[in-house]
Every structure is written in structure tokens, then in C-alpha cells.
Design a protein around this ligand. Structure first.
Ligand SMILES: Cc1cc2nc3c(=O)[nH]c(=O)nc-3n(C[C@H](O)[C@H](O)[C@H](O)COP(=O)(O)OP(=O)(O)OC[C@H]3O[C@@H](n4cnc5c(N)ncnc54)[C@H](O)[C@@H]3O)c2cc1C
Length: 323
């Protein structure tokens, strides 16, 4: 099966979830010769070498100043060229904000079939099948694609393990693609988040704060803890709407879907909409003064207590343990 993997990069750095997508792509393809990848950006050719050993023999590179910032029209044109160049029947990417934007557009271009945000994936003959959380994670749907010239799939970050098996030469194949003239979409500016930490969607440890934090200043106790354990700080929508945290920190149905090894929820009640974004975390620790808070229903460990006392104590304990 000819498979193409979209390797997402930002600012010249490959997203760690792209290696997960490569691993899945290689498995679906069955051989490194049938698996190819595509990287789009400016000054990104040297990144292709990082794909070596992840199961693809060819990395198509679309490199040029027109592709410096993400622009859906130009990126679609670039990936389209790679799909055609490789003769791909299956295209794999991650369910990141970029993946969520570009994959439906590509599926429409190819009159293809699409399954997004899969947490399990396999081939059934020539068709992709998998499992996808739906309705805010309340149920899991079995999905199967069929009768499509090209099948498009995105996988949820942090669910699949990236494996460097040593297979796949990752030879560079340069593609010349022009920016779309007369495109209706123009990227004017890219505003970056202030945090140097891992993006929430890729973070392995997250500590999030809710309305109970009371103000933006109080988030510093979460940041102090995150510095010790290497976590990324998230927030509930109530905290974001109240101006305590920025929107890019929001976890949940209208925020980011996260899947860390450890999620620490501080002063978060556990609304359906918040849990939609974090309930698949491997270990959930909840700190809440209300023993009846719904978050305790999904928590692996619950601490009934005042976060303003508990979090600094945890931080001190973590410091000792990790020193
Ligand atoms: C369409 C829609 C989409 C939404 N999308 C999202 C989303 O993406 N993400 C999201 O988070 N929400 C979302 N919401 C909002 C959601 O319904 C809740 O309102 C929100 O999650 C509540 O945030 P919270 O838990 O911080 O606040 P609250 O529900 O007010 O909970 C605060 C919690 O803090 C506890 N507490 C108080 N003081 C302390 C203390 N000192 N120490 C410890 N615990 C304390 C309380 O017991 C309480 O459980 C959405 C809502 C709608 C309608």
C-alpha cells in the first residue's frame, strides 16, 4: 500500500507527533519502499534526515520562502504534489491544529475519504479502519474507510509510540511547487505563544488550573510546579474566559485535546467540556476542595484540599524527589 506521511514542522523543528505518524505510516505501508513522507516549509531540507529509520525510503521536500508560514492553500498544493508524486493511496498525519485544517481540505481535493483523531488504526485489505473518540470522549466509534481513491487519516498525538526500527533511507526528493496565485487566504502574521515549554497537545506532563485560581497572578504556583517537573501549564475555559490564562492554554472541547502521561487538574470541577479534552490522559491527579467534584470520577488519584496549600507542598516534594 502506497502511504504518504505529512511531517509537520514549526520553525524548523519537527513536531514529536510527526514521528508517531511516521511509525504508523510505515506499518500501514508494510515496506519502506511504499512509505514516503513530505515536509513543507522554508529551509527544511536538512530536516529530512531525521526521518531516517522511521520506515520511509523517500522524503519529499517542498522548500521555499512561500512556505515559511503555514498557509492552507500553499500547503495543500505542496502535499497534493507529494501525494501525486508518490501515488499515495493513504495519507497519514496528526490531529494537530494544522492537521485538522489541512486534511479535510486535501480529502475534498481528492474526493477522498477521511477519518480523524484515531486512537487505533489498522488496514482491512486496502482500506483503513480504526477507532475514534466521539461526543466529547463519551463513546468510541469504529470507523472504516472505503470506496475512495485516496484515504486520509489523522492520529491523536501522544497515543502511538514513535519507533525507530532502522528501516527507511529517508532519501530527499525535492519537489518544485509554486505558491497558489490568487489564493483567497493570505497569512499576515503568526503570533506565537509565550511559553518555551512543549505544546499542550504534545506534552507528557500537564498541570492545569481552573476558576479556583482566582486571578492570573496565582497561576505562578502552577508555573513553579511545572518548572520542577517539566510540565506544560494548561487551563479550564472558566480560567481563560476570566482572563487568568491565555486561550492557547485552554484544554477541552473548545480548547486543545491533550493526552499526557500525567495530568494534574487544580481547582477544576470536571465539566463534560473540560473532560472532553483530557479524559484519555494516562494518569489524572485532581486537587479540589469539593469531594463531590465530577473530576474525581475520572481521577486516578484525588486530593481533597485547597490547591493553594496542596500545590506548593507537591512542588516541594517533587523538588526533593528529583534533586
Ligand atoms: C459549548 C461549550 C464549550 C466549552 N468548552 C470548554 C473547554 O474547552 N474547556 C473547559 O474547561 N470548559 C469548557 N466549557 C465550560 C465548562 O462547561 C465549564 O464551565 C468549565 O470547564 C468550568 O471551569 P472550572 O472547572 O475551572 O470552574 P468551576 O466549574 O467553577 O470549578 C471550580 C472548581 O474549583 C474548586 N475549588 C474552589 N476553590 C478551590 C481551592 N482553593 N482549591 C481547590 N479547588 C477549589 C471548586 O470546588 C470547583 O470544583 C465549555 C462550555 C460550553 C457550553
Amino acid at each position: 500500500m502506497k502511504v504518504l506521511v505529512f511531517i509537520e514542522q514549526r520553525d524548523g523543528k519537527i513536531k514529536s507527533s510527526a514521528f508517531e505518524a511516521l511509525t504508523i505510516g510505515a506499518k500501514l505501508a508494510g515496506s519502506a519502499a511504499d512509505c514516503a513522507a513530505v515536509i513543507v516549509g522554508s529551509g527544511v531540507e536538512s530536516l529530512a534526515a531525521q526521518a531516517k529509520g522511521f520506515g520511509c525510503d523517500t522524503v519529499h521536500v517542498v522548500d521555499g520562502s512561500d512556505f515559511k508560514n503555514y498557509n492552507p492553500a500553499n500547503y495543500c498544493a505542496a502535499v497534493e504534489a507529494a501525494i501525486k508524486g508518490h501515488g499515495a493511496k493513504v495519507v497519514v498525519g496528526t490531529a494537530s491544529p494544522m492537521g485538522r485544517d489541512i486534511f479535510p481540505r486535501l480529502a475534498a481535493r481528492f474526493d477522498g475519504a477521511i477519518a480523524t483523531d484515531l486512537v487505533e488504526i489498522s488496514m482491512n485489505g486496502n482500506n483503513v479502519q480504526g477507532i475514534k473518540p466521539m461526543y466529547a470522549g463519551k463513546c468510541l466509534a469504529n470507523v472504516a474507510l472505503q470506496n475512495a481513491p485516496v484515504q486520509f487519516v489523522t492520529i491523536r498525538p501522544n497515543v502511538f509510540k514513535a519507533e525507530n526500527t532502522g528501516a527507511g533511507a529517508a532519501n530527499v526528493s525535492k519537489l518544485t511547487v509554486s505558491a497558489v496565485s490568487g489564493s483567497r487566504i493570505k497569512t499576515i502574521e503568526v503570533r506565537k505563544g509565550k511559553s518555551e515549554k512543549a505544546d499542550l497537545t504534545e506534552a507528557h506532563v500537564i498541570i492545569s488550573g481552573g476558576r479556583a485560581l482566582g486571578n492570573a497572578e496565582n497561576f505562578k504556583i502552577l508555573h513553579a510546579c511545572s518548572d520542577v517537573i517539566g510540565a506544560t501549564v494548561g487551563a479550564s475555559r472558566a480560567a481563560v474566559d476570566s482572563g487568568y490564562a491565555s486561550h492557547d492554554m485552554q484544554v477541552g472541547q473548545t480548547g486543545k485535546t491533550v493526552n499526557p502521561s500525567l495530568y494534574i487538574a487544580c481547582g477544576i470541577s470536571g465539566s463534560i467540556q473540560h473532560m472532553a479534552g483530557m479524559r484519555t490522559s494516562k494518569v489524572i491527579v485532581a486537587v479540589n476542595t469539593d469531594p463531590e467534584a465530577p473530576i474525581f470520577k475520572v481521577a486516578t488519584y484525588g486530593i481533597v484540599g485547597d490547591l493553594f496549600k496542596v500545590v506548593p507542598e507537591l512542588t516541594e516534594k517533587f523538588k526533593k524527589l528529583l534533586s
